[in-house]
Design a protein around this ligand. Structure first.
Ligand code: UTP
Length: 414
């Protein structure tokens, strides 16, 4: 009984009276579950996140410089061989693991299931995005004679469906015992007045807290501890939606080892100054990815003495870390960004409202915001036609159509 009263008091303090009304309407197990959900919410943090949506973004005096990189194309044969040798050694010793971030909602693509279950219409029969990833890893396993442990991050929402899908397809021939799923954490959605939304299931509506949640979720799920136990030294983290993602690039790995950095990343050159991608830079002495939306036009168009874009190395979610780096980041709180999105909810009359315009804030942290916790990062410039075929939008740029073309062109060449 006390617990109910405590919950009501808490909701009063944070002006969530509509949830008190909801508590009165439900009973039994539903009530219990709702009380538990409420007790898991950090209302103080949520209030801060909401207050931040009302604040102007602070423009601080930042010192921004370009970040050096190595161009894979321009490496000498000796350099390439040295990197490859260093990288291969790590994989062969079983010190390499891969994480796939598959907890996104894929709202732009509009596919009804988890994004990895989307079938790209390649070579007539088609291939699922998870299948393409599995094939890439199987190829590496064969080459280096080791089965690379594969960790797949899901969301609470798509976890069961993802596991069922992989089971149904027999993990696309991947060793099932080397695949582990872990669900990422969530944060509640808030409406324009800072009120929690109620879902159809009579629970508070929550959503994945962004791909920056990967680090803390690796820790909370026990995957990080498991990796350490297995003797993993390097961890690759990549997205689910790039049909040309290379998850075991020994040149990238070897470069990171040789340069003695904790983080390395593969970039590609921006297609044009205004392509909607984040780019690498150094800000106040630390590595950083600047989002296209935060980049002034003048800076985006700046060129160096060779006529190349000064800030032209695009971040493509192709990141590598030492296990110590993951451990360090997983203990930090990354900043949250808010996105104003359309989310359906149940109104005070119990009716579902499906908004036609954005109505609520979703809070997300970004994987690359962790880079600034380090002094350095090693960047390897790859090639768009070899490394990047994103499936983001239903049509137009970065769509299944463009990804299919890029994928087939790559495999016809290789
Ligand atoms: P995006 O930021 O492109 O998001 O994710 P998305 O969910 O795929 O698509 P939209 O924006 O809703 O249309 C980049 C990568 O990060 C993962 C995605 O699954 C994708 O691999 N991601 C994103 C997560 O794992 N969790 C999240 O909370 C967000």
């Amino acid at each position: 009984m006390d617990k109910v009263q405590d919950t009501i008091d808490l909701l009063k303090v944070y002006n969530q009276d509509h949830i008190i009304k909801l508590l009165e309407k439900v009973d039994g197990e539903k009530k219990q579950a709702l009380i538990e959900q409420i007790s898991s919410i950090d209302f103080h943090q949520l209030k801060e996140l909401y207050d931040n949506t009302k604040k102007e973004i602070e423009i601080k005096e930042n010192k921004i410089e370009p970040l050096p990189y190595l161009d894979k194309e321009k490496l000498s044969e000796e350099q390439k061989e040295e990197f490859q040798r260093l990288g291969e050694e790590v994989i062969e010793k079983g010190e390499y693991a891969v994480v796939t971030m598959a907890g996104g909602q894929g709202t732009r693509l509009g596919h009804s299931g988890p994004k990895g279950t989307f079938k790209l219409d390649v070579y007539g029969k088609g291939k699922y995005l998870f299948e393409i990833l599995a094939e890439n890893l199987k190829e590496a396993n064969q080459k280096y004679g080791k089965v690379i442990p594969w960790y797949i991050m899901t969301s609470k929402e798509n976890n069961d469906e993802t596991i069922e899908f992989m089971e149904k397809h027999n993990y696309f021939g991947y060793d099932k015992d080397s695949v582990r799923f872990f669900a990422q954490s969530e944060l509640p959605l808030l409406d324009v007045n800072g009120k929690l939304l109620i879902g159809k299931d009579m629970r508070i509506k929550e959503a994945s807290d962004g791909n920056g949640g990967t680090y803390s979720s690796l820790r909370a799920s026990g995957c990080l501890a498991e990796m350490k136990e297995k003797g993993i030294k390097w961890v690759f983290i990549g997205g689910v939606d790039n049909a040309l993602l290379k998850m075991a690039d020994t040149i990238l790995l070897g470069m990171a080892i040789q340069k003695k950095v904790q983080i390395a990343s593969k970039s590609i050159v921006k297609a044009n100054p205004h392509e909607r991608v984040g780019v690498f830079a150094k800000m106040n002495g630390h590595p950083k990815v600047i989002e296209y939306s935060e980049m002034p036009d003048k800076m985006a168009e700046e060129v160096d003495s060779d006529g190349e874009l000064k800030y032209g190395e695009a971040h493509i979610m192709c990141n590598l870390y030492t296990i110590e780096a993951i451990e360090k980041i997983s203990k930090e709180t990354l900043i949250y960004h808010s996105a104003f999105k359309k989310n359906s909810y149940i109104d005070e009359n119990g009716k579902e409202v499906i908004p036609t315009e954005p109505n609520s804030y979703k809070f997300e942290s970004f994987i690359f915001d962790a880079f600034e916790l380090f002094d350095d990062i090693a960047i390897l410039r790859g090639k768009r036609e070899d490394d990047f075929a994103p499936v983001k939008n239903r049509d137009g740029v970065d769509s299944p159509k463009t990804a299919k073309e890029l994928y087939e062109k790559f495999w016809n060449r290789n």
